[in-house]
Design a binder for this molecule. Structure first.
Ligand SMILES: Cc1ncc(COP(=O)(O)O)c(C=O)c1O
Length: 368
């Protein structure tokens, strides 16, 4: 961490340290810092008296008290500092480029989401993509190359968005400790769904304190927009100063932030829905496998691997005609020859509503 602490100290000495300020503390002042050029945001805030439109970055006038409330709510649950960004995409393109330089190495799972890949492209670090969930290969790379670099970041999703499978977080924590690395885990598809309070696979496995960056987004189980990273205090301060996708974008309006506080809090107590979700998705996957339909994973994302693009598209269209809203997912979103249906089961998906799917898909695929 020394490098990050030194840089923060140097910013402080130069008088360049950025801090998030509570816009409520400035509400009596004449606002000469927003981009609310036509005054529409101000009118909105007068009429609702509650939900200001941001009209500038969180680093300027866009950081209302609700942002602090949201971050405090998240921090209380995780027991670590948190920082809110406009989306998971902003987080994944904003953190790795900020915390890495040419002397660093990023080791990224081959199936990581496009937003993580875009973050890799924007960073100056050296990059190696290891085979999906192949922690044996990951360790071989670490054994050979760890000492050639300053900081090394291991980056993975916890539940993979297209395969619905899990990464082995326990082993990843062992590796990060053994080889003195930072571990970055994107829990976009796990928050809300895994863990007693829905804080993700890291909660379920009691690993929150050991993971350096836990990313959760509000755009999936939390049914809103925005995202958060849970990290230590130095990294939080560092990101406020260095993460371009946090600094150089307009903050989300307060009604979104209020919604996020409400949804995050509600989800903490949704264990029953989490159980229903687990049961129905497990049942669907088992029925697929019993029928010889190729499915993967271990979550409520239940892919049906078809292979050819054309067949996957035709199968999706066939299902749509029968009343199922599913799409074919094709390369480059998934590897060549692994086109699929990505069936995403939700807690309100009844078994009765999907019980015919295995038969329908089996009959369709048997024709080829
Ligand atoms: C694994 C993963 N990370 C990040 C994102 C981006 O999140 P957001 O929709 O909040 O930008 C997605 C969205 O599909 C995702 O699947």
């Amino acid at each position: 961490m020394k490098r990050y602490i030194d840089e923060l100290n140097s910013l402080e000495l130069k008088g360049q340290m950025r801090q998030l300020r509570n816009s409520a503390d400035y509400s009596e002042l004449i606002n000469l810092s927003s981009n609310d050029y036509l005054g529409i945001g101000a009118t909105l805030s007068e009429s609702s008296n509650k939900y200001d439109s941001a009209c500038s970055s969180r680093l300027l006038t866009g950081n209302s008290d609700l942002y602090f409330q949201l971050e405090n709510t998240i921090e209380t649950q995780y027991g670590k500092p948190s920082l809110f960004f406009n989306s998971g995409y902003h987080i994944n393109i904003g953190i790795l480029p900020a915390v890495t330089n040419k002397q660093d190495l990023i080791l990224s799972d081959k199936l990581n989401h496009a937003s993580i890949i875009d973050g890799l492209v924007l960073s100056n670090a050296n990059i190696v993509r290891y085979r999906h969930n192949d922690l044996y290969q990951l360790e071989q790379i670490l054994e050979k190359r760890r000492d050639d670099y300053d900081n090394v970041f291991i980056v993975t999703e916890s539940i993979f968005s297209m395969d619905g499978d899990k990464s082995d977080l326990k082993r990843l924590v062992e590796l990060k400790n053994k080889y003195n690395c930072f571990l970055y885990v994107d829990e976009a598809h796990a928050v809300g769904v895994f863990g007693e309070k829905g804080l993700g696979l890291s909660e379920e496995l009691n690993l929150i304190p050991q993971i350096d960056f836990i990313v959760g987004t509000f755009g999936k189980a939390y049914a809103s927009i925005g995202a958060y990273v849970v990290c230590n205090d130095v990294f939080k301060k560092y990101l406020i100063n260095k993460s371009r996708s946090l600094i150089y974008t307009t903050a989300l309006p307060d009604n979104v932030i209020a919604q996020n506080i409400s949804n995050f809090t509600k989800v903490l107590n949704m264990s029953e829905q989490r159980n229903d979700l687990r049961k129905v998705s497990h049942r669907l996957r088992s029925e697929f496998i019993k029928k010889g339909i190729k499915s993967l994973g271990d979550s409520n994302i239940v892919p049906v691997i078809v292979g050819e693009n054309k067949i996957a598209v035709e199968l999706a269209e066939h299902l749509q005609k029968l009343g199922y809203w599913v799409f074919a997912i094709r390369p480059p979103t998934v590897p060549q020859n692994s086109s699929r249906l990505r069936i995403s089961v939700c807690a309100n998906t009844s078994w009765e509503s999907i019980q015919e799917l295995p038969n329908i898909i089996f009959d369709f695929i048997s024709k080829y």
